[in-house]
Structures are given as C-alpha cells and as structure tokens.
Design a protein around this ligand. Structure first.
Ligand SMILES: [Zn+2]
Length: 466
C-alpha cells in the first residue's frame, strides 16, 4: 500500500472539535488517513513530506463552478449578470462544441487542484447534447481530482432535456462511475411549474438538485415556494447564491434541511444580490463556498474565504454606522469560513463521512500550505486567519486526492498542461472565428455608463492644472 507521511506541520484537522495540532504528522496509507498525531512512525517505503513551517488541512470543496467556461478565462471581467446571460444564454453559448466543453473542463479542473480544491461540483449547464455531456465527463475523469457532474443545459427547459432519451442513456452509461452526479437547473417561478418533470426525474434517479435561487432579476421567492409546495425541497438540495429571497424562503430552506452555496465574488460583481451569509446565519442554514466561473475570477477558495469575510463584515459595519452604532465584535470569524470551505462542502454534498476533515478512515484529500520563499508564510500565529486572509494559491505546496499526490513542490504532477493549453487555444480560435473579431472584442469590453461629476463647492484657488 502506498503511504505518505506529512511530517511536523501545523495540522488543521477540521474535525467536529476543530482540533488544531502544532508540530504534528498526518499519515496516509492506501488512500485513507491512517493516523494524525505527533511523532508518528513512517511505514517502510512511505513518502515523507516535510511540512515544517506549513499548514496541513483537508482539501477544499467548491460546490458550484461552471468549469466549461474556463476556456474564456477572464473574458467577462467587466460583465454584469445581464451581460453574462446575454453572452452565454442568448447569443454565444450555443457555439460551444463538445471539444470546447472538454477543453474548459480540463483547464478548470486542473486549476482547482492547483489551488488545493480537491472536490468540485461542475455545474455543467452547457450540455446541449449527450455528446457535450460525454465530453464533460471525459474531461473530469481525465483529471485526478474528485468531481461531481451537475448535469444541465441552458439551451432547453429542464423538463425537456431531463426527460429526453439522450439524458437517460447518458445516466445509464456514466452515472454510476467515478463521478458524483447532480441535476442542475433553475426554477423560473412560472405558476405552471414546468420544472416539476425534471424534479420527478431527479427523485426517480435519487440524485440531488442544485439550483440558482434568489438571483436578482432571474429567480425569486416564487421558485422556492413552488419547489416547497410540490415537495421538492430536500436536505440534499443546494441553493446557489440565495441572495435575494424573503425571510419566508429562507425559512423554507432551513425547514427542509438544504444548504446554500455562497459565491461571494460573483454576487459582488455580477449582482445576484448581497452575499447572504448574514441572512443564512440568522436562519441557521448550512453554508458552502463556491467560485462560480473563471470567466470573471480564478477558481480558488482562498479568494472565496477572503471575499466572504469582507462582505459579511463590511455589511455589518455599514448597517451599524447607519444606526450611529459601532461594531465592536464581528460575527463572522476566519475559523467559520475555513469550515465552510471544507466541512461546509462535504456536508452539502453528502460526503461528510468521506472528505472535508483529516480524521482516521476518511479519504486522504490533503493540502499542505507551505512556501519557504514567501514572506507571508511566517509567522503563523492564527492558523484560521492565516488560511483565510494570508495564504493563496502559490502557497499550495502539496495536494493529495485519495492518497495520490497530484501536486508536489508547487507543481502539478503527471499533468499535460501543454495539451490543456492547446485545446483551450483551439476553443478561443473557434469562438473568434464564429463571432468575428469585432464582436469578440466588443463582448469583452462593455460600454461604461456616463458618470456625472458632482459640483464641488470647495474650489482650489492657488493650484493650476498644467
Ligand atoms: Zn452559477
């Protein structure tokens, strides 16, 4: 059995007690955590990894990412949600061929592993045909991470694709393999509730549904109410964003045991609504974190943790200042967002007994943050604060998935980045060719609304503009 021993690290176990062990070892044998403690004995032939000066933690879990869009990395940096919808849903999303889905998925999956994200839900809503779906699954199976394929198709109603023979055939061929499986679709609030047919398929297949809920201008309380009234809100349901909902909808989510995937960077830039952690805290709704899509920002949960702390605290201060009060103690702690980035994800996905913590018997999805060349990696005084506010992708030294080393000494192992790059370049060439170079450029550079400079009564008299 292959064994790996992390030696002498600061270990964040993320067990129920959030046990932190300084100067400790983590022993991995045969793909599982065998032991966590001080001064462990390495079995013969074990690979020893020096974790001195570093933090050993569970692999992080992203519960909502549109991996196929990674081929357009950064293209939509200045988009709003409206511009995103127009580009993908109305105008250009249909131009993606199966090989383009494959290219984006491989690149996004590698990006996740590189950042210590060992489990990713691929919210794959570009699956126009079963061939697209096979390409998505092939890509995920070619990368040594843990992935959940959340099957979706924005070019059809869910009641259409979910009941099609092609979808059924795909499920029979591929659903019981290595990949986890969900169904991904949104509920528009149409009183006729046409999404019922898709929910019934999910129930029959016994797979979770993940849905963009509480998205300003797109989905609202009606969708939640319809799901609830028809009995389709379950503990395995993941509500993405859930940023613009009434108290009534949050109560329905809380009462049915579902969880919310918060994509703070997305909610802040695109405009789904204010990142809802303050509401979720009040209603006792479980939280996981997600990065949504690399068409805006890169897929690492360090950003998610940092942005989520900032948004929650920023709002808390702003609200208090509006009441002429001062916040002396913030509600949201660094420890909480590290929990959301690990256990939050494992709980949301029904994988809490498998991943999300470093405990004997759990699958060995392990991350070592260590960077001897970085002045930001010492001193490590507050471990959770360090993970959430100091560390970043470049500090991810080693990553294990199922006990297999997939990144070591800051480099992905056994990965053909050159091929991933060439595949993505072909996708970009295809999109430019089909749209035309002008439309391609214009899509990336939306018009800026005019700003009215306010009259300023404090005029300078002795300064001249030369
Ligand atoms: Zn999304």
């Amino acid at each position: 059995m292959d064994a790996v021993l992390f030696r002498n690290g600061l270990v964040l176990t993320m067990d129920d007690a959030h046990t932190v062990l300084p100067g400790a070892d983590v022993l991995v044998v045969g793909g599982r955590i065998a032991e966590v403690g001080v001064g462990l004995t390495a079995p013969p032939g074990a690979t020893e990894i020096d974790a001195t000066g570093g933090i050993v933690m569970p692999g992080m879990i992203d519960t909502h990412r549109h991996l196929w869009q990674t081929a357009m990395r950064g293209y939509g940096a200045d988009w709003t949600l409206t511009q995103y919808f127009v580009w993908y849903y109305l105008e250009s999303g249909r131009h993606f061929r199966p090989e383009d889905i494959y290219a984006g998925n491989v690149l996004g999956a590698l990006e996740a592993l590189d950042a210590g994200v060992t489990t990713t839900v691929d919210w794959s809503h570009g699956l126009q045909t079963p061939q697209h779906a096979d390409a998505a699954a092939d890509a995920l199976e070619s990368v040594p991470g843990r992935f959940v394929l959340a099957y979706g198709n924005i070019q059809q109603g869910p009641w259409e694709w979910a009941t099609s023979p092609g979808f059924r055939d795909f499920v029979e061929r591929r659903m019981r393999g290595r990949l986890g499986f969900q169904m991904a679709f949104d509920v528009t609030g149409d009183p006729a509730f046409p999404e019922r047919a898709a929910f019934e398929v999910a129930r029959e297949l016994d797979v979770p549904v993940t849905t963009h809920a509480g998205v300003w201008g797109a989905t609202n309380d009606d969708g939640i109410r319809l799901m609830h009234e028809h009995g389709f809100m379950t503990p395995s349901t993941i509500y993405v964003h859930a940023a613009t909902l009434s108290g009534d909808s949050y109560q329905r989510i809380a009462a049915t045991g579902g969880s919310v995937s918060v994509s703070t960077e997305s909610e802040q830039s695109a405009g789904q609504g204010y990142p809802p952690t303050w509401q979720l805290r009040d209603h006792g709704i479980p939280v996981s974190l997600s990065m949504d899509t690399s068409v805006w920002w890169s897929g690492d949960l360090f950003s998610a943790m940092r942005a989520t702390l900032g948004a929650d605290r920023s709002r808390e201060h702003l609200q208090a200042h509006g009441r002429a009060e001062t916040v002396t103690h913030v509600h949201l702690r660094a420890e909480q967002v590290v929990d959301w980035a690990t256990r939050g994800g494992s709980r949301a996905l029904g994988l809490d007994g498998v991943v999300g913590s470093l405990q004997p018997g759990r699958a060995a999805d392990v991350v070592l943050l260590r960077n001897d060349n970085s002045p930001v990696m010492f001193p490590i005084l507050n471990p959770y604060g360090h993970v959430a506010f100091q560390a970043q992708r470049g500090d991810v030294h080693t990553v294990l998935v199922d006990g297999r080393i997939v990144k070591r000494d800051h480099k992905l192992v056994g990965v053909d980045l050159g091929k991933a790059r060439a595949d993505v370049e072909r996708t970009v060439e295809h999109l430019i060719a089909i749209m035309g170079p002008d439309a391609w450029q214009k899509g990336m550079n939306p018009d800026i609304p005019a700003t009215k400079i306010l009259d300023n009564p404090y005029t300078y008299t002795e300064w001249t503009n030369t």
